[in-house]
Design a protein around this ligand. Structure first.
Ligand code: NAP
Length: 297
């Protein structure tokens, strides 16, 4: 294997260590710890495992979590009234509703119910619009994590051809906006591919930086990657269980053969996933800092 492995686990640990100092300073000035409400509805095992990881990471750096584990039968009215309560709770700086919600709940309406200033997942239409316009706002954690991972790995996007496989609302689409922004972490030439893209390899082979965010196990194979490209694998696919009964994960990239050709590559697990959690912490501290600066003294 020739590629440099971009360890999200290691980089996220550095980010968390920096954030921990900021959280401590904020707790002193606020007179309370920064707070994140984490809402989980139902019992989807993948969602539960993500939520557990997020809560643990918060508590480790001094962010207090307010945990709401609601039954799958929760009604839209119940969810809405919880969000209203959290919107006006001064101890809650950020609100995270773990997606997907059970099918009977209106995901879009739920998201629109979160105050944009507390939308640390960056999915409220106001924040999505700000990102599209290149304005300041909350950006979804996974694309933010990809940009931060590249930045801290000293891989410049300026002038690079970035090809993103996937145009989802949480990853591909916002990442394309981020990479198009002027300045550090942006200034890329971006191509976005999706399920209707004919001859995907024609585009991916031209990438300096290839980002796979399709949610299809090993859809990116070695013949689709240019020699010396940087490959970022966002995909998390559950492909069976390990001997100890845990979910067996794989990315959207056929790791070993692609690593023979790439200059750098992220593993799954241990790549983009830990960066996503680190960016959630970062967004939460930002929300707390903004709330503090807008509070009259
Ligand atoms: P999504 O909303 O379902 O979007 C998937 C995108 O991939 C769609 O645009 C789809 O095209 C495209 N696609 C699917 N199959 C394709 C193919 N064979 N060729 C080209 N494009 C294809 O998913 P998402 O929320 O963006 O998530 C994408 C992946 O990232 C998933 O594996 C998810 O688990 C993972 N993820 C990881 C993290 C993390 O922290 N590591 C966080 C969030 C998500 P159409 O639009 O045409 O359907």
């Amino acid at each position: 294997m020739s590629a440099r492995i971009l360890s999200g686990t290691e980089i996220a640990a550095q980010v968390r260590a920096e954030l921990s100092g900021r959280a401590e300073a904020l707790a002193t000035t606020l007179g309370r710890p920064p707070g994140l409400a984490v809402v989980l509805v139902g019992d989807n095992p993948a969602s539960r495992s993500y939520v557990t990881g997020k809560r643990k990471a918060c508590n480790e750096i001094g962010v207090r979590t307010f945990d709401f584990d609601l039954p799958a039968a929760t009604s839209m009215d119940e969810l809405r009234s919880l969000l209203e309560r959290l919107n006006s709770d001064g101890a809650v700086d950020g609100i995270l509703v773990q997606l997907p919600l059970p099918a009977h709940l209106d995901e879009r309406a739920a998201i629109e119910h979160i105050r944009p200033e507390k939308d640390v997942d960056g999915i409220h239409p106001e924040n999505a619009g700000r990102l599209l316009r290149g304005e300041d706002g909350f950006v979804p954690c996974t694309p933010l994590g990809v940009v931060e991972l590249l930045r801290r790995s000293h891989i410049s996007t300026r002038g690079a051809h970035v090809v993103i496989v996937g145009r989802g609302q949480l990853v591909g689409r916002p990442l394309s906006c981020l990479m198009l922004r002027k300045g550090e972490g942006g200034d890329a030439t971006v191509t976005v591919c999706h399920s209707a893209t004919p001859d995907l390899a024609r585009f991916t082979r031209d990438a300096d930086i290839l980002v796979a965010a399709a949610g299809r196990p090993r859809v990116v194979t070695a013949h689709m990657v240019r020699e010396g490209a940087v490959v970022i694998d966002v995909g998390v696919n559950r492909v069976g269980t390990t001997a100890s009964g845990k979910a067996r994960l794989c990315g959207d990239v056929d790791f070993a053969p692609v690593a023979e050709k790439a200059a750098a590559i992220t593993p799954v697990p241990g790549g983009v996933g830990p960066m996503t959690i680190a960016m959630l912490l970062s967004n939460t501290l930002r929300a707390a800092e903004r709330a503090r600066s807008s509070t009259p003294t």
